[in-house]
Design a protein around this ligand. Structure first.
Ligand SMILES: [Zn+2]
Length: 229
């Protein structure tokens, strides 16, 4: 699973919970940030093999600290606690509720990976590996990614008040994510090394976080006046 994770980020943002979209963009890929970091340090292991599955070249054969079920629960709880603590400092409303959503957003990553990955997700440590393996079926996996991102953006646009220019920016961003997914799924390429792949994850994911941040900076003149008064 790749851009489909961002569908969850778009879907759970509301006027009520006021969680910044960029925070949710980190949350839904938090496990992969940890994974890429641990790959770079040589602690978790990855092989990049052409044709490993129909939709992905990643043979992530050892990732107990980032992608086991138990680790995912722990990282999700930790993310919720950090968000709550940070929110308390800044006096946000709805902090318990919002912190829970951040935690669930982190955990959604494991659920979606469980659908896409071949049997490489351990329940704990490096044992009892599970995965429904949708990546073995290129078109259905791609369709799920696109359905998630489209559904998430539709909910985001419906549940958040914003000027037209931001709506357009969100849709353009969504289209860009779909293009990235088309490239990832369908364009043949030479496999990178594990470390180059992990570096790419850090660069691309952070670029998406930056765009999510900038998109939410677009406010209507009325909203800007309200902020200033
Ligand atoms: Zn993952």
């Amino acid at each position: 699973m790749f851009v489909g994770h961002y569908g969850v980020a778009f879907a759970v943002k509301t006027e009520r919970n006021k969680i910044p979209l960029w925070v949710l963009f980190i949350a839904v890929q938090f496990l992969d940030y940890i994974w890429a970091t641990l790959i770079l340090f040589g602690i978790e292991k990855l092989r990049v093999i052409k044709g490993f599955t129909a939709g992905s070249m990643l043979d992530s054969y050892y990732h107990p600290y980032s992608h086991s079920f138990i680790a995912a629960l722990i990282w999700s709880a930790l993310a919720a606690l950090v968000y709550k603590a940070n929110c308390s400092r800044h006096g946000c409303h709805y902090r318990n509720f919002a912190a829970l959503i951040v935690g669930l957003a982190v955990f959604s990553h494991w659920i979606l990976d469980f659908i896409a990955h071949p049997r490489d997700l351990p329940i704990y440590d490096n044992t009892w590996k599970v995965g429904l393996g949708l990546w073995n079926y290129r078109a259905p996996e791609f369709a799920l990614e696109i359905a998630l991102i489209a559904g998430g953006i539709i909910l985001y646009l419906a549940r958040n008040v914003m000027p037209l220019i931001r709506k357009i920016a969100v849709i353009v961003f969504g289209i860009a994510l779909v293009v990235v997914q088309i490239g990832d799924t369908f364009v043949p390429r030479t496999p990178l090394t594990a470390k180059a792949t992990a570096t790419g994850v850090w660069i691309f994911y952070t670029l998406f976080v930056l765009v999510a941040f900038l998109v939410e900076k677009i406010r209507s003149p009325k909203q800007v006046n309200e902020l200033c008064s």
